[in-house]
Design a protein around this ligand. Sequence first.
Ligand SMILES: O=C(O)c1ccccc1NCC(=O)[C@H](O)[C@H](O)COP(=O)(O)O
Length: 302
Amino acid sequence: MADDTAAEGRVDRLTIENGADAGFRLAGTAPSGVPATPQDVLERICAQTLGEVARRSAALPLKEIKARLKDLHEAPRGFGHALKLKTAERQVGLIAEMKKSSPSAGPILASYDPAAIARLYEQAGAACLSVLTEGPSFGGHVADLQIARAAVSLPVLRKDFILEPWQVYESRLIGADCILLIMAALTDERAEELLSMARSLDLDVLVEVHDEPELDRALGLNTALIGINNRNLKTLKTELGTTLSLAPRVPPDRIVVAESGIRSREDVLRLAGAGASCFLVGESLLRQADPGEACASLLGPL
Ligand SMILES: O=C(O)c1ccccc1NCC(=O)[C@H](O)[C@H](O)COP(=O)(O)O
């Protein structure tokens, strides 16, 4: 495990106001009670996340997590490896996502059964799962990831807002195989720190970008999986042009994961033409009567 003594107690020092010092890139948030504007959605989610982390880490301190990790014998399932294998087999590596709701879509599913959805995705040929465990904005819970993962043999991405070392350890404890690091929410130093911490726990990491400056920063990290998110965090609208313009800038030794707003096989083929080999898709699958069938039609014929 990495030398993480500096991580001890860090959560207690965090405040939203001094976010920049703590490695949280977006300082400030809407005053409580004021509805968030689209401009501060990520900021609001990150502020809520820091509050949640402070609360949960008080109940389960890092020391306790580390003690529990010593009794954890199952290794992570190898998220990046599974993506590579499926991509070699089908030309497309699909990360099929589940979430109850989202800021852009509102409620997506009236009844949410993570195990049933996970099985449908696995049977349809998805390479990996993505699960939102964030509560306030996505209606998620840690148990959603655990239930989904227990139902299948696919590796699982915890697609949350990881800002704090404590969350990396917690992700390993709950069984995540991969974590997300969002460059828009992190300083370079914090991204580097969380990345090496994840590595020390054998977790894979998907580094997410939205624009060219973030991509340049992400490429400075020693990481294979580069997620290009098509969602504009100011308008919350998706624009596949984001991946179409950024993917060709990614060197071939990295793996491009196109994320958000992918609705059809045609979208997949268009994005693949620009260099994306993997695709992270949620809402368009979950809105179908049979998410497994929707998954299979995105993947195309074998
Ligand atoms: O989905 C949102 O509204 C959202 C808002 C702010 C930050 C992140 C957000 N979504 C997380 C994701 O990136 C998506 O869940 C993921 O890429 C899948 O997208 P989709 O296929 O469009 O559900």
